[in-house]
Write a protein that binds this ligand. Structure first.
Ligand code: ADP
Ligand code: MG
Ligand code: ZN
Length: 615
């Protein structure tokens, strides 16, 4: 994919102008000014020159005397002094009386060099500068209002080096839907014969970093038609009304170039719900209205397809989503295990990789990572290989970089005291042991207790739940118990609590609340939604939708549920305290424990008690 730019006049042209201007000033103007400059001298010098008969012409005015030397090259002036005999003496010295001294040197040429030429140079410079600025603003001199109302959409044409669908791994449904659009633009007759009309617009929705922009670029790379790309925020300008003008201009261009594709990235910048209040954002609403009108206005059969991307679909104005505008919604979700493997492979093509790299294992470790994070993981691995002076990336690089991307770099200078390290070890093993005892399967991929730059003192890589879309009430409860397991282990072993559990507490509370308010898992409240999710793809914020009394009750239920699960976790750890000691000791000594090692220790009957247990 290549961006097409209008041919530019080479910069050297402008430099030439500047050089010529400087040349003019130096060689024409300066001497002219210098030559014509009238030098002020004192009266005695004038007398002296007169006595030496060195004066050429002289002109006596009422308050000054202007005179030249014999060669008439230099002009001098001096003040007058009452000296009645002066004219005679001058006459004797052979000076010519002339009233033309200054005139001859100044009138036209002075005006020319002192005023007109600098003026012209300034005008030329000003013109050149303003031209340059306008070019920067995205419009040429020919555009209306000096280019301000012009959309600065970039136009791309197909090129062999562009991004293709094959560069986007996973996301097969999205690719299928988009390739249909591309196919339509290439053979519209085939569709017209049946009478099918293509959707006018398609909206890519999904969390950040899942490849929405990448997919749109791939469409540009695959399609043989012009591709206009603009970001939603670019419509909103300093000047009121310019956004709407830009939308108009964009669609005008698109109509001229049809068939073509228009891509509006981050459309939520202009597509937010209009709230109908007077205090609303006028500029944005005007822009949105213009967009709605334009989308209605153009003929779908002409072959203009609008693509847009957003990660806040529920904030978009409903009018934008109705059929006839963005009637096709293409979900671009976080990749599953196979998707992650594919994405890793796509990005690994760009770097040198050793034979031992097991993409499946890396993908498993990076559960929940987005495409952008996976791309970052591969890059971090390559950087690590360079740091270690290796020529290729190994499995160890990959695994370390998963942790770097998810939990941050290892903090080399933060040294935990032995006591703290022990607490962290018990805490992390507490989580894992509670999880393992509830499900009878490996709960973790790996646990490390090396401090990370993200602030985590220990880090647990969960195994993925597999292809798992429904969760039962029991599973959710077990999850809460697992969250509380870390704190429970600290209480059981050290009889004290630390700040290390704050994140666990937050997550346990969130989950317990969701069970009651959204999943209908409390007998008393039943299937009533008391909370709505407002921002599905960006963190999933929720807002309560119930009376204050109900909220109080919910809070109490949440408390009870978490307490109950905490007690359960404590009981599990109490019953398995031998294994808890054994596992924590292993983790404390090795700083890392893998899922297999964990299960191995858990499933081999303990031989000799290694710690003074509490049994
Ligand atoms: P967003 O969905 O936020 O627009 P991008 O399309 O900008 O995300 O993705 C950011 C980067 O992540 C891409 O440049 C690419 O390197 C990587 N990436 C994301 N998804 C994928 C994917 N499915 N296949 C390959 N690379 C991907
Ligand atoms: Mg994007
Ligand atoms: Zn914890």
């Amino acid at each position: 994919m290549q961006e097409v730019k209008p041919p530019k006049k080479p910069m050297i042209f402008f430099y030439l102008i500047v050089i010529i201007a400087l040349f003019c000033i130096n060689f024409l103007l300066m001497p002219a000014i210098a030559e014509r400059q009238v030098k002020e001298v004192d009266y005695s010098k004038f007398m002296q020159m007169m006595e030496d008969k060195k004066i050429g012409s002289v002109n006596i005015e009422s308050n000054q005397i202007i005179f030249t030397d014999k060669s008439e090259e230099h002009i001098y002036k001096t003040g007058t002094i009452t000296d009645p005999d002066l004219v005679n003496r001058l006459y004797d010295s052979g000076a010519k009386f002339s009233s033309e001294i200054v005139k001859q040197s100044s009138p036209i040429s002075n005006f020319l060099f002192g005023f007109l030429v600098p003026m012209l140079i300034f005008i030329a410079l000003g013109q050149w500068l303003s031209k340059k600025m306008l070019a920067k603003m995205g419009g040429g001199m020919d555009s209306m209002k000096f280019g301000m109302g012009k959309s600065n959409a970039k136009v791309y044409v197909k090129s062999t080096s562009g991004i293709k669908f094959s560069d986007v791994a996973g996301e097969d449904e999205a690719k299928e839907l988009l390739s249909e659009l591309v196919d339509y633009l290439h053979n519209p007759e085939q569709y017209r014969e049946i009478g099918a009309s293509m959707p006018k617009g398609a909206l890519l929705v999904g969390p950040p970093g899942t490849g929405k922009t990448l997919l749109a670029k791939a469409v540009a790379g695959e399609a043989n038609v012009p591709f206009f790309s603009i970001s939603g925020s670019e419509f909103v300008e300093m000047f009121v009304g310019m956004g709407a003008a830009k939308v108009r201009d964009l669609f005008k261009q698109a109509n001229e170039k049809a068939p073509c594709i228009v891509f509006i990235d981050e459309i939520d910048a202009i597509g937010k719900k209009r709230n109908g209040q007077i205090s609303g954002n006028d500029e944005r609403e005007q822009t949105l209205n213009q967009l709605l009108t334009e989308m209605d206005g153009f003929d779908g059969s002409k072959g203009v397809v609008i693509l847009a991307a957003t990660n806040q679909p529920d904030s978009l104005d409903p009018a934008l989503l109705r059929p006839g505008r963005f009637d096709r919604r293409i979900p671009v979700e976080l990749p599953d295990l196979q998707g992650r493997i594919d994405i890793l492979k796509v990005h690994a093509k760009k770097i040198k990789v050793g034979d031992n790299v097991d993409y499946a294992a890396v993908a498993k470790a990076a559960a929940g990572a987005s495409g952008a994070e996976l791309a970052n993981i591969v890059n971090e691995a390559a950087l690590r290989a360079v740091r270690d002076h290796r020529k290729f990336v190994t499995q160890a690089d990959m695994e370390e970089s998963v942790e770097i991307v998810i939990a941050g770099y290892q903090k080399k200078n933060r040294v935990l005291s032995n006591k703290e390290k022990l607490v962290v070890a018990y805490h992390e093993v507490g989580h894992a042991l509670v999880a393992a005892k509830q499900t009878e399967s490996a709960p973790v991929h790996k646990i490390t207790i090396i401090p990370r730059t993200s602030g985590a003192l220990g880090y647990t890589m969960q195994v993925e739940d597999g292809e798992h879309f429904l969760m039962t009430k029991e599973e959710l409860e077990n999850k809460i118990a697992t969250f509380t397991g870390g704190r429970a282990a600290e209480e059981l072993i050290f009889h004290q609590v630390t700040t290390g559990a704050s994140n666990d507490i937050e997550q346990a509370t969130k989950l317990a609340k969701a069970m009651i308010t959204r999943y209908g898992m409390n007998e008393e409240f039943g299937m009533v939604a008391m909370e709505t999710v407002t921002n599905q793809y960006l963190g999933g914020d929720t807002s309560m939708a119930c009376s204050l009394e109900t909220q109080t009750e919910i809070d109490k239920k949440v408390r009870d549920l978490v307490k109950q699960e905490h007690a359960k976790a404590y009981k599990i750890l109490e019953d398995n305290v031998g294994k808890l000691h054994e596992l924590a000791k292993y983790l404390y000594e090795n700083e890392t424990i893998t899922g297999e090692e964990f299960m191995h220790i858990l499933n081999t009957p303990a031989q000799i008690p290694q710690f003074e247990g509490e049994e």
